[in-house]
Design a protein around this ligand. Structure first.
Ligand code: FES
Ligand SMILES: [Fe+2]
Length: 447
């Protein structure tokens, strides 16, 4: 349970809010590279942490992100012409490059233009593109902090798939808390019986072989926290799923398929967050089969809705809360605990998007909850977030991983140890992203 005050503190992300300011200290993954297929391709609207921006790839192929509204008289730069090294506002032709530098103000008389232009600047956010993803820095430093060294950002590009994105229609935190809560695997993601086959749509349900609830063991770190959820296998050995939380909104959850991943819960505003799933292989090129499977992840549930001009409709799957996420009662009766296809976070969204506060906003009121031992990781991560946000607000102090990006070099792991083992000591290497080494994958997610 949280106080009303702390709940507001960790959920709200607009400019000037404590959590919003914490998030603005970091590079933020914004849109996949393929949204900007070529130099001078059409600009796209985007929204991050409640801020409206326009992103574009300039004539040299470099990515830019400008505040949506033109510094002249506020027309939307979304309608601007993207050509010859910048974005030219459609209203009166003022033009800006990716740094926000004013290149032209044609409404001024030619003799005054250069001087006038020198005093105008559009608000621009630095972009960094790597491994099929464009990241943006929304903070106030002149020189942005170092770029995060998550493994997914440091592997060769052909080891990494294009990111898959799923819009979640709820506050970022209630979405992310699912990744910190291993116990829900045994319920919302489970199959009905041990021998229930894979359904037509989605992956086969989860199965806990001995049915004993997982035991959580949590370790707070300077970059966030990691934890093990221990389950007992039929031979008595212990299966540890070791997952990571990294400030401000990233997780790594193990799937046991030998890949490494980064999952980012990026708020567009307080009631919408993208789940960006970025997957790669630590030691080899991704096969075409894996690439195709990643690309087609949501096809089984009908893919995405047609976008409107509101970024909150980007990556919205056709299966969503308006149609009960494609729930199929036959599937529920015969194969799965819940008849929603186990595809991406679709089942999770059915659980988290309907959590609201008294005003009916999709921002869960945590004054009403009753936590259990299986929520230990959630408790730790909330404490870490509250501490980090208030430390920044009150003392101007930052979590170490803003500047020490070496701390990003961690992994999740799924490991099997004899009963009574010291999992923390044994998994020390498996939890580090050591270049050229395989990811620990002793037990698959679905057994
Ligand atoms: S509002 Fe953009 S040039 Fe006038
Ligand atoms: Fe889940």
């Amino acid at each position: 349970m949280l106080s009303k005050e702390n709940n507001e503190l960790i959920c709200r992300v607009g400019r000037g809010t404590p959590m919003g300011e914490l998030m603005r200290q970091y590079w933020i993954p914004a849109l996949p590279s393929d949204e900007f297929p070529a130099p001078d391709s059409p600009p796209k609207r985007m929204m991050l942490l409640g801020e409206r921006i326009v992103m574009f790839r300039d004539s040299q192929g470099r990515m830019g992100a400008l505040e949506e509204f033109c510094p002249h008289r506020g027309a939307s730069l979304y309608f601007g012409r993207n050509e010859e090294g910048g974005l030219r506002c459609a209203y009166h032709g003022w033009k800006f490059d990716i740094t926000g530098k004013c290149l032209d103000t044609p409404t001024e008389q030619p003799e005054r233009r250069e001087r006038f232009c020198a005093n105008i600047k559009a608000r621009a956010y630095p972009c960094h593109e790597v491994n099929h993803m464009v990241w943006v820095y929304l903070g106030s430093r002149q020189e942005p902090p170092p770029f995060p060294l998550f493994e997914i950002n440091t592997l060769p590009p052909d080891y990494v798939a294009a990111p898959r994105v799923m819009m979640e229609e709820a506050n970022w935190l209630q979405n992310m808390e699912g990744d910190l809560d291993s116990a829900h695997l045994d319920w919302v993601h489970r199959r009905l019986h041990e021998d229930s086959p894979k359904p037509e749509k989605g992956v086969r349900g989860f199965w806990n072989p001995t049915g004993k609830p997982p035991l959580l063991d949590v370790v707070a770190t300077e970059y966030g926290a990691y934890y093990s959820a221990k389950r007992i296998l039929k031979d008595g050995s212990e299966w540890h799923r070791v997952n990571q939380f990294i400030f401000p909104f990233h997780t790594m959850i193990t799937t046991g398929d030998g890949n490494v991943n980064l999952r980012s819960f990026v708020p567009l505003d307080d009631e919408h967050a993208m789940l960006i799933m970025h997957t790669g292989h630590p030691t080899q090129r991704l096969s075409n089969e894996v690439r195709r499977a990643q690309g087609a992840l949501f096809d089984e549930v009908g893919g995405y809705i047609e976008r409107t001009n509101d970024p909150r409709t980007y990556f919205m799957t056709k299966a969503n809360k308006r149609n009960d996420y494609g729930r199929d009662m036959k599937l529920q009766n015969e194969l799965m605990f819940v008849g929603i296809p186990f595809v991406g976070n679709l089942q999770d969204r059915a659980m988290t998007e309907l959590m609201t506060n008294d005003a009916g906003q999709a921002i869960y009121d945590r004054t009403k909850e009753h936590l259990s031992a299986s929520d230990a990781m959630i408790v730790t991560v909330r404490r870490q977030l509250i501490n980090a946000a208030t430390k920044l607000r009150d003392e101007g102090k930052l979590p170490p991983n803003v500047d020490n990006v070496e701390l990003d070099k961690v992994r999740s792991a799924t490991v099997r140890y004899p009963a009574g083992s010291d999992w923390k000591a044994l998994s020390e290497t498996a939890r580090r992203a050591i270049p050229g080494t395989a990811a620990a994958a002793d037990v698959g997610l679905i057994i």
